[in-house]
Design a protein around this ligand. Structure first.
Ligand SMILES: Nc1nc(=O)c2c([nH]1)NC[C@@H]1CN(c3ccc(C(=O)N[C@@H](CCC(=O)O)C(=O)O)cc3)CN21
Ligand SMILES: CC(C)C(=O)C(=O)O
Ligand SMILES: [Mg+2]
Length: 263
């Protein structure tokens, strides 16, 4: 199977063919997700919650992310490897560039950064130096204490408009992908239509270009209550491979997300 590149994700957007993404934290699961035809693997800072047992992603360090990136990079073959910049990597531009450099050397092909329109200079600094960027908007879990919990974002008209404007601004600054988390489905569609780069959604409704979920939610081993937008694809199936295959198929055929997974 062909290697997944950014231009392939763009082609999916323009062909209106949804693509699938999944978090991965080690070589074995990465290999299974890759074999299932998952297009993008994310070494997410969600590892602080699903692997380490924290209540948020804030405790995750650059070294934690580097370790898991190296593990996943060894397991995957064709999927595009996206990696989260951890909390406070963007304390200043020097730190951001050094952290992103370390992630790229560990095997990242695209780095994801949480924030909003204010980070356009950071996005520009990275992209000018050859680091492709995914800008994560909407519910950005590194800001959980500012939000006061993991809450749906962009419900009010002005908040929704700000998210659309931020997406446009960050694409102008060089972002190659937008990731939109936990927003009303109508806002997912509006962002998809507002920018000419792929928009990946998680809890952002069916009308975005790609879908992503946390692997532990997909196989039903999350400790605590999984988010409303998640689905256990291992239920009624007999292997991890079958669950990953079913997730990919459900995204490709637009059976996932269904009404009950949307806001
Ligand atoms: N297992 C897991 N799945 C995830 O999707 C995930 C993580 N962990 N850790 C990092 C972030 C945190 N995320 C979360 C966590 C909880 C909700 C949640 O419970 N949201 C409420 C919405 C409440 C409202 O209506 O405002 C929900 O009911 O889904 C959402 C995103 C997404 N990410
Ligand atoms: C929830 C996804 C998008 C993420 O950022 C993560 O897994 O860390
Ligand atoms: Mg993350």
């Amino acid at each position: 199977m062909k290697t997944v590149t950014l231009s392939r994700l763009n082609a999916f957007k323009h062909a209106q063919e949804p693509f699938s993404c999944l978090t991965a934290y080690d070589a074995s699961f990465a290999q299974h997700a890759d074999a299932a035809g998952i297009d993008v693997l994310l070494v997410g800072d969600s590892l602080g919650m699903v692997l380490q047992g924290h209540a948020s992603t804030l405790a995750v360090t650059l070294d934690d992310i580097l370790y898991h990136t190296r593990c996943v990079a060894r397991g995957k073959q064709r999927s595009l490897l996206m990696v989260d910049l951890p909390f406070m990597s963007n304390a200043d531009t020097g730190q951001l560039l050094r952290d992103a450099g370390a992630l790229m050397r560990a095997g990242a092909e695209l780095v994801k950064i949480e924030g909003a329109g204010w980070m356009h200079d950071d996005v520009r600094a990275l992209t000018r130096r050859g680091v492709p960027v995914c800008a994560h908007l909407g519910l950005t879990p590194q800001s959980v204490h500012q939000f006061g919990g993991y809450k749906v974002q962009g419900r009010e008209q002005d908040d929704a408009q700000r998210i659309i404007d931020d997406a446009r601004l960050l694409v102008e600054a060089g972002a190659s992908v937008i990731l939109l988390e936990c927003v009303p489905a109508a806002l997912g569609r509006a962002v998809r239509d507002a920018v000419d780069v792929p928009v990946i959604g998680i809890g952002a409704g069916p009308e975005v270009d790609g879908q992503i979920l946390v692997m532990h939610d997909v196989i039903g081993v999350t400790h605590g209550r999984p988010p409303r937008f998640a689905k256990n694809f291992l239920a009624g199936r007999d292997s991890i491979q079958a669950a990953f295959d079913a997730y990919r198929d459900a995204v490709k055929t637009r059976q996932f997300p269904a009404e009950e997974h949307c806001f």
